[in-house]
Design a protein around this ligand. Structure first.
Ligand SMILES: CC(C)(COP(=O)(O)OP(=O)(O)OC[C@H]1O[C@@H](n2cnc3c(N)ncnc32)[C@H](O)[C@@H]1OP(=O)(O)O)[C@@H](O)C(=O)NCCC(=O)NCCS
Length: 172
């Protein structure tokens, strides 16, 4: 899946250095509910153990070939929030040097196309910590609406003190 600027592809062991460079930033992981990476070895282990599945994709910047973020869908049973058996929840992050350039919005549109037309997901959900409005803006730009529901995700880093706002893709 690609646009002129980015490619969504599987993570590779050779992405460990760039994953560490960007995921060690304390402004990235904690906003999404996971701790900043502390070593290249940890990033390699994450690639092998956490990203090694059908639903986690690297956002590659075509110009450099570097992985600058992640985009994915969580199926039923893996999602952070309660969803239906044929639904998915989407999630993402982008490296800080690339924020506010439309990259996440572009990547999420690719992922939504895949979820709807390849997975045939019934409903598509997403969520963000109340204090992370930039993520909600990405959702809105891609056609999600705020359901008004909040959820407590105690398995997320910070999930004990802050709830997530739940969004749903408005489908025609
Ligand atoms: C949220 C995140 C993925 C957005 O990535 P991005 O590539 O910068 O997103 P885009 O450029 O496509 O869109 C960002 C939008 O948020 C807006 N925005 C940025 N900061 C904002 C803020 N504090 N409040 C409200 N909107 C904000 C931008 O203006 C832009 O909207 P616009 O196009 O209408 O101007 C990125 O900031 C990130 O990785 N953050 C840390 C991890 C994270 O939060 N992941 C999501 C967990 S739910």
């Amino acid at each position: 899946m690609q646009t002129d600027r980015i490619l969504l592809r599987r993570w590779r062991d050779s992405d460990a250095e760039s994953l560490y460079k960007y995921a060690s930033d304390p402004e990235v992981g904690p906003r999404a509910g996971w701790p900043a990476h502390t070593s290249v070895e940890e990033s390699l282990a994450v690639i092998r153990e956490v990203f090694n599945n059908d639903w986690t994709w690297a956002i590659e910047l075509k110009e450099t070939g570097e992985a600058i973020g992640a985009m994915g869908y969580f199926p039923y049973g893996v999602s952070n929030i309660p969803i239906g058996e044929n639904d998915v929840e989407v999630g993402y992050w982008v490296a800080r040097p690339y924020w506010n350039q439309g990259i996440c919005t572009e990547a999420l549109r690719l992922m939504l196309d895949y979820c709807l037309n390849v997975l045939h997901a019934k409903e598509i959900w997403s969520d963000h910590f109340i204090g992370n409005p930039a993520s909600g803006r990405v959702m809105q730009k891609c056609g999600f609406v705020d359901t008004g529901k909040l959820n407590h995700c105690s398995h997320l880093l910070g999930g004990d003190r802050e709830e997530v706002k739940i969004y749903k893709l408005a489908q025609k």
